[in-house]
Design a protein around this ligand. Sequence first.
Ligand code: GTP
Ligand code: MG
Length: 306
Amino acid sequence: MQKTVAILIPCLNEEATVGKVIDDFRSALPEARIYVFDNLSTDRTAEIAHTHGATVLRVNVPGKGHVVARMMECVDEDIHVMVDGDDTYPAADVGKLLQLILDDRADMVVGTRLQVYSGKSFRPLHVAGNRLVRGLINTIFGCHLADIMSGYRAYTRELARGVPLTAVGFEVETELTLQTLYNNYVIAEVPVPYGERPEGSVSKLRTFRDGFRVLWTIFNIFRSVKPLTFFGLLCLLLLGLGVALALPAICQYVDHHRVESFPLLFVAVGLVILSFGSLAVGVLLHAVNVRLKELTSLVRKTGRRA
Ligand SMILES: Nc1nc2c(ncn2[C@@H]2O[C@H](COP(=O)(O)OP(=O)(O)OP(=O)(O)O)[C@@H](O)[C@H]2O)c(=O)[nH]1
Ligand SMILES: [Mg+2]
């Protein structure tokens, strides 16, 4: 049976580009249904999208994260293609993204930007920020991804329904990538040329605020999906500190059979106790995670049978 495809365009004040993005995707994929998710735009985005034949859905809670979560729960086509409305991603490459899903070689295909881009595609610091996030995630989660925060990706409806999202803003792509990995879906990547926002259109990304949110998201997800590693590392850190602080007292005891620096020794003992507490939390949370994974797998099996 022919799979249906939906193009999903999140938009906040993109009147300068949304019409072209819709037209380009219609030429590239005439059979796809095009949705524009308008999030409280104050310009003519919704009107232009409607004129260009897109289905316009309004989301009244601000933030790209809320919009992506809504897309994932309410669009019924078999394959979803999410793309920014600022005309920076090439519609002509959509076939390459879809093919890997149609061939059953991936559940999500990401159009990666960090290979082909011009000097103005990224604002200052953004390439370094993207590389930092990529390095952190590849190291912590043991993967080899080229671009974590791309806004151009295709995925199956099953994946859309199967990954939980809680992000509010631009940290949503990071959360989506990590949840996809954690839930054992397969991610493939296709390099695509990344363009520049045209004159007159304005980025909604705030470098420091959104950068901090992305790092905070990585930290939180690391803690909750790999608790044994997270709290194990914390345990080693506290233990190391405790032993370092206890060393003078230990040396005094060895040399003179008495201890003079009691306050430091108390702090050291406190740190060692905390370090074991941290390990215990890690072991407990790991056990809870294992049971949750079993439960998720059962719910999925039941869902597939229904
Ligand atoms: N619906 C909705 N869309 C948003 C919101 N914030 C941003 N967007 C859209 O998300 C897409 C990406 O936003 P951009 O501002 O281009 O962010 P970016 O591509 O990460 O950053 P730049 O490289 O500066 O362009 C665009 O289509 C925006 O209109 C929001 O709150 N709601
Ligand atoms: Mg953009």
